[in-house]
Design a protein around this ligand. Structure first.
Ligand SMILES: O=C(O)CCC(=O)C(=O)O
Ligand SMILES: [Fe+2]
Length: 399
């Protein structure tokens, strides 16, 4: 709210100006009338000024109606939209489970809830995931991307288990073609011994380890969020995510490699189209290239500047819907960096899309101060039914 006072001052100035304008015009008019010789040009001048002011007063409410309440709220409160930075070190992975106290969970949870219910995004420092693990993922990913196309094409498949996305075949919003090469895996890829991984030594272990540490961090975040949202059962979100990277849960890891920008090819200018994520919570590990942008409340894109070793955290559609839209699945995209000298460079990112277990029912949440839990009129969907419904259009083109 610190920016509300200067904003109100800025917005009250035109109104003050208008009042002074009208008063001085009336003085001018009276002067013109009561001078010994009627001063016609001054009279006309002041008459015009009063008319102009009257028109302004008439059209102002009309103009105000044309601006949506979201935009007004944005004009008044969100002049300085920014992505909050949260220091998670008191609940991060370097702290043992039994050393985390309720007070820290509550204070960090409050920060998380505040960020994820407004911006829908936040930076996370002090998380405890060594950045060398992100470098390992990018390095192993690179070994896979360096394989002949025909070999990689054997991994193009419908579903979540283990999938290669060749350049120009994904669309994050069903409209624009994205220009990245990606490889995604889900639980079966680590737990089912019969799944064939690409012939890249250490790839399976690297992905499995990254899935493991990401899910541990996500669990801590879910716990803090339970405190921040003042859920009746603070462990509710954690229990709902208990099977991450195991059978019965569709949490996904994806590595993305965006090729250098080719100005002749419009597809390469759209690194990833505007979309919101679909699962509950995303941990995004971006490199220093830049280009990630989120849409703010005014509908304007704002840069999510890379912050060294900070994770970008955001909410997906499953948790937005489940939380009764208290948490926001903010739209975002990736464009080439604004600095043209970086256009010749590749961008890499690793994303962990955390998801609740398939069988969890997306029931209305129960809060600390709820008197009694009302019965839902509608039968809640399971997480699996919700995600399959949401993702169906994205797989319709896959044979
Ligand atoms: O590569 C990035 O930075 C963003 C990727 C993303 O938004 C996604 O895969 O959903
Ligand atoms: Fe995304």
């Amino acid at each position: 709210m610190h920016f509300a006072i200067p904003t109100l001052i800025i917005f009250s100035l035109p109104v003050l100006n208008q009042i002074i304008y009208v008063c001085s015009s009336w003085v001018m008019m009276l002067e013109a009338i009561f001078q010994p010789h009627f001063y016609s040009s001054k009279f006309l001048d002041s008459f015009m000024r009063i008319q102009l002011a009257t028109i302004c007063v008439i059209i102002m409410p009309y103009l105000s109606q044309c601006i949506s309440s979201e935009h007004k709220c944005c004009i008044i409160f969100k002049m300085s939209y920014n992505i909050p930075m949260i220091d998670f070190s008191k609940c991060g992975l370097l702290v043992k489970d039994d050393e985390i106290n309720e007070q820290n969970l509550q204070s960090i949870g409050d920060e998380l809830y505040s960020a994820l219910s407004t911006a829908g995004f936040s930076y996370l420092t002090g998380h405890g995931i060594p950045w060398s693990k992100v470098d390992d993922m990018n390095a192993i990913g690179e070994k896979f991307y360096a394989l002949p196309l025909a070999t990689k094409m054997q991994f193009v498949q419908k579903g979540f288990t283990l999938t290669y996305d060749p350049i120009g075949t994904s669309t994050a919003n069903e409209k624009d073609v994205d220009s990245y090469e990606g490889f995604r895996t889900s639980s079966d890829a680590y737990t089912n011994e019969n799944i064939n991984w690409p012939d890249v030594p250490g790839m399976r272990e690297c992905y499995a380890e990254f899935a493991d540490i990401s899910s541990k961090l996500l669990m801590r975040l879910m716990k803090a969020l339970g405190y921040g949202m003042r859920l009746k059962d603070k462990d509710y979100f954690c229990q709902a995510h208990s099977l991450m990277n195991q059978k019965g849960n569709y949490s996904i890891i994806k590595t993305l490699k965006y090729p250098a920008v080719d100005k002749q090819d419009p597809v390469s200018l759209n690194r990833i189209g505007e979309h919101h994520d679909k699962t509950t919570m995303t941990l995004l590990f971006q490199d220093e290239m830049g280009g990630l942008q989120v849409r703010d409340l005014c509908g304007k894109f704002v840069d999510v500047q890379p912050v060294p070793e900070a994770i970008v955290l955001n909410i997906g559609g499953t948790l937005e819907a489940w939380s009764g839209e208290r948490l926001r699945a903010t739209k975002h995209r990736v464009i080439p960096p604004s600095d043209p000298s970086k256009h010749g460079l590749i961008r890499r990112s690793v994303a962990y899309f955390g998801q609740a277990n398939n069988e969890v029912l997306m029931k209305k949440l129960a809060f600390e101060d709820d008197v009694e839990q009302e019965d839902d009129d509608e039968q809640p969907l399971t997480v699996e039914a919700y995600i399959l419904k949401t993702l169906a259009p994205f797989f319709s083109h896959v044979k």
